[in-house]
Design a protein around this ligand. Structure first.
Ligand SMILES: NC(=O)c1ccc[n+]([C@@H]2O[C@H](COP(=O)([O-])OP(=O)(O)OC[C@H]3O[C@@H](n4cnc5c(N)ncnc54)[C@H](O)[C@@H]3O)[C@@H](O)[C@H]2O)c1
Length: 312
């Protein structure tokens, strides 16, 4: 049994990670300031004998005992991280420093939930980990993109300077139950609009593509990276390379929900990448990981979740 700290544990990915860690016998301390996280995501865990919750902001130092730190705290969707961009950069950078200091003090291993956004609007496709990215440093997404890039730098400097055991995971678009209905992310947006019978918002001409990873696959990749031998530090891309255009996604959601919603074409927001697809060969060779859940199966689960949520 291992004592894990999950920052951002009341969020979408963090709450699924807490479930998996508890399920395999670990004890979990979930640290969250509930900026985008929700009590609903973790209420089923509150009575669990190996689960604890600490309401805390990672921009402030933390002193607790732990063996493994999963650093997920950070709003992930543009509507949330652009609401207070200075706080977003603070969370990325100060949050990383505080968690790295804690890891150092505790002799703990630490994993950073980084993002495909470090590649910006890529001119290499699909993106391997060796690609340095094409990021606008002063745009409306920069608080997140550059914050996450700086966090990666900090992880590697703590590793080089202090020999800290680090793991850096670059997460590509992930979806599943417990996403928020109003977070503006494409999968939740389409599903909620379809279930409500509202027009589906397509930005641009809908030909831009994305790849979507189901949350169970993502969490499996995260655990494999954390548990991998110390020499495997990353960065490692984890995502599903199957690529779909926004129009294809909308068509699938309409079919699986049985909705008659129409399509509503809107202008593209600033710095929206046209294409994003992970090269996951490193995750395959280093972690023996590959996604297993098809978009169709994952959408069925996610639609079921939103149906129940909207009915309450
Ligand atoms: N979901 C994705 O597709 C995706 C893709 C790439 C990277 N990621 C990364 O994975 C992590 C989790 O993403 P998510 O989709 O679960 O997002 P989320 O918004 O659902 O979860 C983030 C959690 O962090 C908490 N948080 C935010 N700022 C905090 C702070 N200063 N102190 C303490 N807690 C704080 C929030 O309350 C929330 O519970 C993030 O770091 C995100 O950047 C997610």
């Amino acid at each position: 049994m291992s004592a894990a700290l999950v920052t951002g544990g009341a969020g979408f990915l963090g709450s699924h990670l807490c479930d998996r860690l508890l399920g395999r016998g670990d004890s979990v301390l979930c640290v969250d300031n509930f900026f985008t996280g929700s009590q609903r995501n973790i209420e089923h865990l509150e009575q669990h004998p190996r689960f604890d919750l600490l309401r805390h902001d990672v921009t402030l130092p933390l002193h607790i005992e732990t063996e493994r730190i999963f650093n997920l705290a950070c709003p992930a969707s543009p509507v949330h991280y652009q609401r207070d961009p200075v706080q977003t950069t603070r969370t990325c950078v100060l949050g990383a420093i505080n968690m790295l200091d804690l890891a150092l003090q505790q002799g703990a291993r630490i994993l950073q939930a980084s993002t495909s956004e470090v590649y910006g609007d890529p001119d290499v496709h699909p993106q391997p980990e060796s690609y340095w990215g094409r990021v606008n440093p002063i745009g409306i997404r920069s608080c997140y993109d550059e914050g996450k890039r700086c966090a990666e730098t900090l992880f590697f400097d703590y590793h080089r300077q202090h020999r800290l055991e680090i793991k850096v995971m670059r997460i590509f678009n992930t979806y599943g139950p417990r996403m928020q209905p109003d977070d503006g992310r494409v999968v939740s947006n389409f599903i909620v609009q379809a279930l409500r019978g509202e027009p589906i918002s397509i930005y641009g001409d809908g030909q831009q593509t994305r790849s979507f990873c189901y949350v169970d696959d993502l969490v499996e990749g995260m655990l494999r990276l954390m548990d991998a031998e110390a020499g495997i530090i990353g960065p490692v891309n984890v995502g599903n390379p199957a690529e779909f255009s926004m129009l294809e996604l909308a068509e699938k959601v309409l079919r699986l929900t049985g909705s008659r919603s129409t399509l509503d074409f809107k202008p593209l927001p600033g710095d929206d990448p046209k294409q994003r697809q992970p090269d996951i060969s490193l995750a395959g060779s280093a972690l023996d990981w590959a996604p297993r859940v098809s978009l169709e199966d994952g959408l069925v689960e996610t639609i079921g979740y939103f149906r129940r949520l909207l009915a309450t």
